[in-house]
Design a protein around this ligand. Structure first.
Ligand code: NAP
Ligand code: GLV
Length: 308
């Protein structure tokens, strides 16, 4: 019963130590060439090795190293194997912090002040109290709920949108297509924390931006494939949108001559909003394997029909 981990050496060594200490009954391996493929029951990777469907015939669980699984969408997996995304406190806290940072920066008009600073322009900007600022989040999953929880103490008006109906204290919850339109019409700062699926690809487009109130802003921390960058730039240039934090693009890295790099009201970060933390991810994975070994579903199990 082997757990094969394909990742970079520093992360692998942390996992190896945790497995040796906390789950010695499972053989930990990181060299694909040195294992008998028939022994591999559990695989952790980011993208799949070639011919995964036939390479490890006895696979039961495939763990994504990260929260997203869109990088493997549509790639066949062995019959009987199930895919698990990463749910762990390192990713969650980093994303929570990034979203709070970006929402506060947009709320306090930081991109406009940085632009003014470049021109040595000493000028105030219109002021809005936090309790008059409406923050809407696309997605109400692990990361979105952590971000909303951290935004609550600032006093923002909070709302969120998901596929299925939800009830979250202090958050106006919307779902489905009608819910999306209702939320967008009442959102000053929109945060995208959706998974990339056929349904959500391209969701941040000209039509969606037009449904936001004049002067709204965007925090794009989902996946590059969610956003039409040309539509964002057009909405910023027309003055309909005020500013944006963009952490994910398509393609990544973003080509050096892409206009997003130099737009005065775009803050661009290179897909760093969140990152897997080795020790907490090892603990989360071992706890998931224990659930699986006792016949229960692991946390973060992907539903192939929904695509996330
Ligand atoms: P999650 O727990 O699976 O939550 C996904 C949320 O999106 C759920 O609330 C789900 O609704 C909603 N959703 C999915 N499809 C929808 C649709 N068609 N319409 C409306 N709502 C929909 O995922 P997570 O762990 O929070 O992660 C979210 C995403 O963050 C990842 O998939 C990845 O794209 C992104 N991410 C980015 C970074 C970064 O560094 N930028 C790092 C990590 C993750 P239900 O609740 O109804 O199912
Ligand atoms: C990073 O983007 C992740 O999916 O964990």
């Amino acid at each position: 019963m082997t757990f094969l981990m394909l990742s970079f050496p520093e992360r692998v060594e942390v996992f190896r130590r945790h497995f040796a200490r906390d789950l010695p009954e499972v053989t930990f391996a990181s060299d694909a060439a040195a294992v008998d493929p028939a022994d591999v029951r559990y695989l952790m990777c980011w993208t799949f090795p070639d011919q995964l469907e036939t390479r490890y015939p006895n696979l039961e669980l495939i763990f994504s190293v990260g929260a997203g699984i869109d990088q493997v969408t549509g790639v066949p997996i062995p019959p009987g194997a199930r895919l698990v995304r990463m749910v762990e406190s390192g990713i969650t806290t980093l994303m929570r912090d990034y979203v709070v940072m970006a929402v506060l920066a947009l709320h306090r008009r930081l991109p406009a002040f940085i632009d003014q600073q470049r021109r040595a322009e000493w000028k105030s900007q219109p002021f809005v109290w936090a309790d008059q600022r409406r923050v809407g989040v696309l997605g109400l999953g692990e990361l979105a709920q952590a971000a909303l929880g951290a935004l609550a103490p600032f006093g923002f008006q909070l709302s969120g949108w998901s596929r299925s109906p939800k009830e979250i204290d202090g958050v106006r919850c919307h779902h489905g297509p009608d819910g999306l339109a209702a939320m967008l019409a009442e959102t000053d700062i929109l945060v995208c924390l959706l998974p990339l699926t056929p349904e959500t690809r391209g969701i941040l487009n000209a039509d969606l931006f037009a449904q936001l109130p004049q002067g709204a802003s965007l925090v794009q921390v989902g996946r590059g494939g969610h956003m039409d960058a040309a539509a964002l730039l057009a909405a910023l240039d027309s003055g309909h949108l005020d500013a944006a934090f963009v952490d994910v693009t398509e393609p990544e890295p973003l080509p050096a001559d892409h206009p997003l790099w130099s737009h005065p009201r775009v803050v661009l970060t290179p897909h760093v909003a969140a990152h897997t933390r080795a020790d907490s991810a090892a603990e989360a994975t071992i706890s998931n394997l224990r659930l699986h070994l006792s016949g229960q579903d692991p946390k973060g199990l992907v539903d192939p029909a929904r695509g996330y």
